[in-house]
Design a protein around this ligand. Structure first.
Ligand code: SF4
Length: 74
């Protein structure tokens, strides 16, 4: 089944830089809502957006979001 996410890493200038972990699209520990593949929290791309809705989340909350995002893949 093809990945339904919008972007490939090459499309959005994905690179090493400490930002994904603060991005609104990032889900702990290594998932991005819009960019395909394994995402490092110490990387960034041109679609970076400051966290808003997840700003106050702790590690457990990130884990819950991650589990939710991956439940369909099981
Ligand atoms: S910076 Fe880009 S790759 Fe990283 S979480 Fe945000 S949108 Fe995804």
């Amino acid at each position: 089944m093809p990945d339904a996410k919008q972007y490939r890493k090459d499309d959005v200038n994905y690179r090493q830089y400490e930002k994904c972990g603060t991005c609104n699209y990032f889900y702990y520990p290594n998932v991005c809502e819009i960019v395909q593949g394994n995402i490092s929290r110490d990387a960034v791309c041109d679609k970076w957006e400051i966290q808003s809705k997840k700003e106050a989340m702790d590690g457990d909350s990130y884990q819950a979001e991650y589990d939710k995002a991956n439940k369909d893949k099981e």
